[in-house]
Design a protein around this ligand. Structure first.
Ligand SMILES: Cc1ncc(COP(=O)(O)O)c(C=O)c1O
Length: 407
């Protein structure tokens, strides 16, 4: 089956298969060396297939359309059409600083940098710290589009798990990247002790802590969410979050804050990249954040997602209890399944797409090949409950058939 049919991304990597396996193809003999390390994002490739109406998609981290706000475009100020400050709109930066103070991360509004999505923060931080062979510590597994960026700049990797951060002391990474709250892809939320240990490890080995926190407000069960950066005593740190998951990803708005020494360079890198973030989006986000209904809106979204998560868990128990193991996530948008059989989930994806179901193969989330086991990341927020039931049954039947002889 040619999975290219029905895609319209126009990217040069071509097929979904090459994206899922992370192969890049040569473009031109004059391109910079780093382009040889550039890999396509499997998420974006799979999403282009997964957005077809005939596909039930558990692939991307897509919020539910029903959760999007009424954006009331008519209220926007004309100034938003003019060039703006690289740092972002002052009132929005102040709102963010006030919000972070409530989360035990006091920062000056002058150290908030508004981003065109938090993905941009990963790019800027990588430009600042990562060159060929720079050692970056990442969770195993971790957010695949962060690996995509770090690898482009030539990173080497050392991996850690939330329970083994003490070992980071020996490896001396330059940068330690983590998603401690409702991790992508595992959904794991670090305990208080694990947060303190990670901060101590960075303080001790001198690496810059880079905390990525886009899921913190999508919380369904009580758990610790205080930023790891708030425990840092000596070393430099960067903390970022996003409005993609709680407002709308199409607005492309996120932000970073950091220890004061890092701010000017990150700001110049942002300047060099795109001058400033979209001002219409900034105004719109600010008006939504300042609306008296904002907290109620968050409540509605989280209770909707909690219900979807619980329903998805019930469906998994019905169809996957003999095929896989998983933990119910306390927040975020994903279930992370470990299959009992040993299967290459990238090959499984090809077969699943043929039957109208998409998911994210686990292999893409590991910095080093051979670490991956047989995992699937399943998003539960996007598909309706009825379509989730249909899709999970199809997937379970397929895995059952493919697993014969692979235990
Ligand atoms: C851990 C993590 N970081 C960053 C991003 C990028 O988000 P955005 O650029 O939409 O803010 C995502 C998106 O799914 C994510 O899961």
């Amino acid at each position: 089956m040619n999975l290219k049919s029905g895609t319209d991304t126009g990217n040069r990597s071509g097929t979904l298969e090459s994206a899922a396996k992370g192969k890049s193809e040569p473009v031109n003999s004059l391109t910079a060396d780093r382009i040889a390390r550039l890999t396509p994002s499997p998420v974006r490739e799979i999403l282009s297939v997964a957005s077809r109406p005939d596909i039930i998609s558990f692939a991307g981290g897509l919020p539910d359309h029903e959760s999007f706000p009424d954006v009331g475009l008519k209220k926007l100020d004309h100034d938003a059409l003019q060039y703006g400050a690289t740092e972002g709109e002052a009132t929005l930066r102040q709102w963010i600083a006030d919000d972070l103070a409530k989360r035990n991360l006091p920062v000056a509004a002058e150290h908030v940098l508004i981003l065109n999505g938090s993905q941009q923060g990963i790019d800027l931080v990588a430009k600042m710290f990562v060159e060929l062979h720079t050692l970056v510590a990442v969770e195993s597994p971790t957010y695949l589009a962060a690996l995509q960026v770090f690898s482009l700049f030539g990173a080497g990797y050392t991996s850690f798990e939330p329970s083994s951060t003490r070992e980071l002391g020996h490896s001396k990474p330059a940068l330690t990247y983590c998603i401690p709250t409702f991790q992508n892809p595992t959904g794991y939320c670090y305990t208080t002790a694990e947060r303190q240990q990670l901060a101590n490890a960075c303080d001790n080995n001198g690496s810059v802590l880079f905390e990525d926190d886009p899921y913190r407000d999508l919380v369904y069960d009580e758990c610790e969410r205080q930023p790891v950066c708030s425990y840092i005593r000596n070393t430099d740190w960067i903390y970022q979050s996003s409005f993609s998951k709680t407002l709308a990803p199409g607005l492309r708005l996120g932000y970073l804050v950091c220890s004061p020494a890092l701010y000017p360079t990150l700001c110049w890198l942002k300047q060099a990249a795109d001058l400033h973030s979209n001002r219409l989006s900034q105004q719109l986000v600010l008006s939504l954040l300042q609306s008296p209904n904002y907290q109620d809106r968050l409540q509605v979204i989280t209770s909707g997602y909690r219900r979807k998560r619980d329903h998805f868990d019930t469906l998994l128990q019905e169809h996957f209890s003999h095929l896989a193991s998983w933990s119910k996530p306390a927040g975020g948008l994903f279930f992370w399944l470990k299959l009992s059989a040993s299967l290459d989930t990238r090959d499984l994806l090809q077969a699943a797409i043929g039957k109208g179901v998409a998911f994210m193969p686990g292999e893409s989330f590991f910095a080093k090949s051979g670490q991956s086991g047989s995992h699937l990341r399943l998003n539960f927020s996007h598909a309706s409950e009825t379509r989730s039931g249909i899709g999970l049954k199809i997937l379970a039947d397929l895995i059952e058939a493919e697993s014969v002889g692979n235990y």
